[in-house]
Design a binder for this molecule. Structure first.
Ligand code: SF4
Ligand code: SF4
Length: 167
């Protein structure tokens, strides 16, 4: 392009339509939001309450005596579209049934909630824990012990451990 083809536009800094009006609009918006209620929370120190129908990490429900309600019928494993549940049922001499082993692979799970819905005993539910984090795949295999109390694994509880790992 030749020099004489270049059109140079000179703008005044105090052009009211180009600079002052948008600046005032921006300031107005800033001031309005500065004094309004925060929409964000300081996660993970603050957490939003999620809906009761939230589908987070699984939990095996216990009765008042700390016994699992699960009778190891296997319905949850059979309905699971992701084949994320495996269990070994056991029956004692008095005919009581319970799972000897129960593992849910939380990385395979698609959190559809079918397992919770089909359970005839209400023994398996999906908790509100939505932010379990870890570094190894094996840690996402939730066994009987972990499934008893998934609340222990939400991010807030793991924070110290993670900070240590991250240095
Ligand atoms: S929520 Fe769905 S995918 Fe996850 S374990 Fe239950 S049935 Fe399987
Ligand atoms: S959690 Fe429910 S559906 Fe699954 S094995 Fe136990 S009793 Fe059966």
């Amino acid at each position: 392009m030749r020099e004489d083809e270049i059109v140079r536009v000179k703008e005044k800094w105090n052009d009211k339509d180009r600079y002052i009006a948008p600046l005032l609009t921006g300031l107005q918006s800033t001031l309005k939001n500065f004094f309004s209620k925060n929409l964000t929370v300081e996660y993970p120190d603050e957490r939003r309450e999620v809906s009761d129908s939230w589908r987070g990490l699984h939990e095996l429900v216990r009765d008042g005596n700390d016994n699992l309600l699960c009778v190891g019928c296997g319905l949850c494993a059979s309905i699971c579209p992701a084949e994320a549940i495996s269990l070994v049922p056991y029956e004692d001499e008095e005919g009581n049934r319970y799972p000897e082993e129960f593992v849910i692979d939380e990385l395979r799970c698609i959190f559809c909630g079918f397992c919770q819905e089909i359970c005839p005993r209400g023994a398996l539910r999906m908790s509100k824990v939505y932010d379990f984090v870890d570094y190894e795949r094996k840690d996402f295999l939730f066994d009987l012990e972990k499934l008893r109390d998934p609340q222990r694994f939400q991010y807030r509880e793991n924070k110290t451990k993670l900070r240590k790992l991250l240095g």
